[in-house]
Design a protein around this ligand. Structure first.
Ligand code: NAD
Ligand code: NAG
Length: 439
């Protein structure tokens, strides 16, 4: 389960830049040390470094300032325009909804926001554009959204004042909460980021939702990782979820309990979605299919994990368009929240659904599909998975979502990866372009 969201290359923002600057200084020194004016050069370098540093800190503060700057009439007008439903009059689907999408510049958030906008619903996004993976990809997604009339606020879900302001400006009917610290291994490097976004941020968001009048219905992303060390497959919603194998999984499990509390006390309508390994165009660079593609194209070896007794690992890979349909189906069927003024007026729905594909594919099979579409052979480095009780495969039971959401995945891994590779090549190019990764 730990490799569900495989972050083979956790980012260490800033590290590379510092090393590069150090080498440059050293080279400059070597060049000019022989002349008698070495002292002057040293002085010059010190001055340059000082002015560079002060410029850097100016850039830092100003970007922080701009990131935190929201509000004002123009800003509110942009929010309102973006939030306004534009369904064709008389359309069967009704008046349309106004959805606040958190994590809108993320992989799933971008696709859901676009799908909502395209069918005429109003969408406002919020994202903090953190550097867990290349923020320029998030900026590119934001630009895509902007070209379709979706406005994304740059802000953190821990900013209660910003959230209150957003609900003040727009009576959101729904919140699609996708902002989170994702990734499984990165939790060992930066555990606090999981508490910050997945626990504290979730509570701040729920507080804003329960205070809002009217209260929105909430659909949010949990994860298949809550099934933890279970070995009964397929995973069904009623199976136990009390043995998580990572801090990430534990924070998602906590989210399911925390949302239950807000449902119980304040009457918030809650739908939790347990996604199974989502992939596709505009995907996440920290996931295995993505980093495999990058390495295969660069001629670098990839690390393929194998389970105990040489059993291949398998994952229930789910194509992004299918996940989007599940998210929109959840929004469409979410019952209303019942509270007003922070008080519950009656019971509100609390639902949990698996969103998977139901046909697990082994990792070596994933690699050969990638090789076919990339027309490059992979250099495989097969290593044994550390034996700590990881399940050899994930497999979703989706009968509940099928029954209640009309959820029916239609894209298999071969077709889905073909679309991913097409996007990858158009976005990054065939060679290791400058837009490639820092880590
Ligand atoms: N992709 C998968 O396979 C998968 C599987 C299971 C669950 N999920 C869950 O689905 C959701 C979406 O995942 P994704 O793959 O699109 O990930 P993503 O990292 O691409 O998107 C998450 C977005 O949230 C933003 N964000 C993080 N913390 C924030 C904060 N405190 N305030 C504001 N914005 C913040 C990030 O900048 C990012 O753009 C997440 O909750 C994730 O845990 C994803
Ligand atoms: C799948 O889940 C449903 C409940 O949603 C359950 O009735 C059914 O037995 C499960 N199927 C399997 C094979 O576990």
């Amino acid at each position: 389960m730990r490799v569900l969201e495989d972050d083979l290359f956790p980012s260490t923002p800033g590290k590379v830049k510092i090393e590069r600057a150090g080498t440059m200084n050293r080279q400059l020194h070597r060049c000019f040390a022989s002349t008698s004016t070495m002292f002057l050069w040293a002085l010059f370098l010190v001055a340059m470094t000082a002015s560079y540093l002060s410029f850097q800190s100016f850039v830092d503060t100003s970007s922080k300032y701009f990131a935190a700057s929201w509000g004002g009439l123009h800003w509110e007008r942009q929010i309102r325009a973006s939030a306004a439903p534009r369904r064709p009059p008389g359309s069967a689907a009704g008046a349309g909804m106004s959805v606040l999408v958190t994590g809108a510049a993320g992989f799933v958030g971008t696709h859901c926001s676009l799908a909502l906008r395209k069918r005429g619903d109003g969408v406002v996004g919020i994202d903090n554009f953190n550097a867990y993976y290349d923020p320029s990809l998030k900026k590119a997604r934001k630009a895509l959204l902007s070209s379709h009339g979706v406005f994304v606020v740059e802000g953190d879900i821990n900013d209660g004042r910003l959230l209150a302001k957003l609900f003040d400006v727009v009576p959101f009917t729904h919140v699609l909460h996708l902002a989170a610290q994702a990734g499984v291994r990165y939790a060992m490097e930066n555990p606090a980021s999981y508490v910050h976004s997945n626990i504290a941020g979730l509570v701040t968001l729920l507080e804003a939702c329960k205070d809002a009048d009217p209260q929105p219905a909430i659909v949010w992303a949990s994860s298949s990782s809550v099934y933890g060390l279970n070995d009964k497959v397929p995973f069904s919603e009623r199976d136990r979820t009390d043995q998580p194998a990572s801090l990430y999984a534990a924070t998602k499990k906590a989210g399911e309990e925390i949302t239950h509390t807000y449902n119980h006390i304040y009457g918030l309508s809650i739908t939790g979605l347990r996604f199974f390994t989502v992939y596709g165009p505009w995907g996440r660079p920290d996931m295995a299919y993505f980093s495999f593609t990058r390495n295969i194209l660069q001629g670098k070896p990839i690390t393929v994990y194998r389970g105990k007794d040489h059993v291949d690992l398998a994952r229930d890979f789910t194509y992004i368009d299918d996940i989007v349909k599940g998210c929109l189906g959840s929004l469409d069927t979410a019952g209303k929240s019942t509270g007003t003024g922070g008080k519950k007026r009656g019971p509100a729905p609390y639902r949990i659904f698996n969103l998977g594909n139901t046909s697990p594919v082994t990792v070596p099979n994933l690699v050969s599909i990638l090789e076919k579409h990339l027309r490059v052979k992979a250099k495989k480095n097969v290593v044994e998975m550390p034996g700590n009780g990881d399940v050899p495969f994930t497999h979703a039971n989706i009968s509940l979502a099928r029954e209640q959401l009309g959820y029916k995945p239609t894209t298999n891994l071969d077709v889905g990866l073909k679309k991913f590779v097409k996007w990858y090549l158009s976005y990054y190019g065939y060679t290791r372009g400058s837009k490639n990764f820092r880590q």
